[in-house]
Design a protein around this ligand. Structure first.
Ligand code: 1HN
Length: 345
């Protein structure tokens, strides 16, 4: 049976003062806050960002702040539950829209958190990760794993915009977030691994004796392939939408230690009610139009919009036209911690 626990106010003032002076506090008034019954009690609230509204603000950032003054020219998507300025969109996921002008470069650095980029608009942008030049085309997923040097550049003629997702909140909470700076990297003169070693699903470079799988063999997942794969799958999937996880082509594992990525295709009129998951999520709309309801909040979304869901959210998606979404989530982290869970609605 659940007992009602004692409060701080019930305790005599002299005892409270003595505890404070001694640098201690009673657990019992806080017990249900840190350990609620049955399910967590998230601070995170569902969020929605309309790209058309953000676009002019990004352009102005380009006029107002040269990239040299920004290092990374980014507008951060703050969790409504924590308020504007919060450096997180959910408890574990940071989101920002990054803006780079033709000819600009964002300097090389390396840091403990991992990042992924989902390309929103513009041609000619690229990221160099550990000497590998990764072209950024709309909808591509580009990894920057923690501990890998990376810089950005732009050879096109129009501004490029991408969505950054990082596990920064986690590293910051752990007091483990820091960076080192360095010179722009020399680029190897060859296409990225998705065009060379990992052109075809199920095929990987022949293994050498005693060489284990590489941790980050492929760091770019071209959208054209993801969409083609979803379309084929959708033809033969009768239960729920076609969904694909982005995996390490050597091991089948999640592509990053803490963050996972899933692409989903919804046909026009298709409705999807996923189970309640212990993971939090950010959805980015690659193409299409629809409505999602998250814990009762209704978001009408279109191409390039982003929205978020807290842990154990009750989610309903309904596509008004054929739609493609990428979900960024923290299931890999939760599985490593041993508590990832799905509950029936
Ligand atoms: C970072 O390194 C990038 O490399 C973008 O593009 C956003 C937000 C916080 C910390 C590091 C990048 C970031 C970031």
């Amino acid at each position: 049976m659940s007992q009602k626990l004692g409060t701080l106010e019930e305790l005599p003032q002299d005892y409270r003062d003595a505890m404070s002076a001694a640098g201690v506090a009673p657990l019992w008034p806080m017990m249900r806050n840190v350990l609620p019954h049955g399910a967590p009690n998230p601070v995170t609230r569902p969020g929605y960002w309309n790209y058309e509204k953000l676009r002019p603000l990004l352009h102005r950032a380009g006029e107002l702040t040269p990239v040299e003054k920004a290092e990374r020219r980014v507008l951060v998507l703050s969790d409504p539950g924590r308020g504007t300025g919060a450096m997180q969109a959910t408890a574990s996921i940071y989101l920002g829209l990054q803006y780079l002008l033709p000819g600009e470069t964002a300097p090389a650095h390396v840091h403990t958190p991992s990042a992924v980029r989902i390309i929103v608009e513009g041609k000619g942008g690229y990221t160099v990760v550990d000497g590998e030049k990764l072209p950024m085309e709309e909808g591509d997923l580009v990894l920057t794993p923690g501990g890998e040097w990376h810089d950005h550049g732009h050879e096109g003629t129009e501004p490029v915009v991408w969505l950054d997702a990082l596990d920064l909140p986690l590293f910051y909470y752990l007091e483990g977030s820091y960076a080192k700076e360095g010179p722009l990297q020399a680029k190897r003169n060859r296409p990225d691994a998705s065009q060379v070693e990992y052109r075809s699903a199920g095929l990987a470079p022949a293994r050498k004796l005693k060489s284990g799988p590489r941790r980050y063999p492929m760091m770019r997942y071209p959208w054209v392939r993801t969409e083609a794969a979803l379309r084929e799958m959708a033809k033969y999937t009768d239960e729920g939408p076609a969904e694909l996880d982005f995996v390490n082509p050597e091991t089948g594992d999640d592509v990053l230690p803490t963050m996972g990525f899933t692409a989903k295709m919804l046909a026009a009129g298709q409705k999807h009610e996923p189970p309640l998951r212990s993971s939090s999520a950010a959805y980015h709309v690659i193409r299409g139009r629809g409505v999602s309801t998250i814990n009762g909040e209704r978001f009408e979304w279109g191409a390039k919009d982003t929205f978020t869901a807290p842990v154990f959210a009750r989610i309903t998606h309904e596509a008004a036209e054929e739609s493609f979404l990428i979900r960024v989530h923290d299931r890999p982290l939760q599985e490593k911690l041993g508590y990832y869970e799905e509950r029936a609605r």
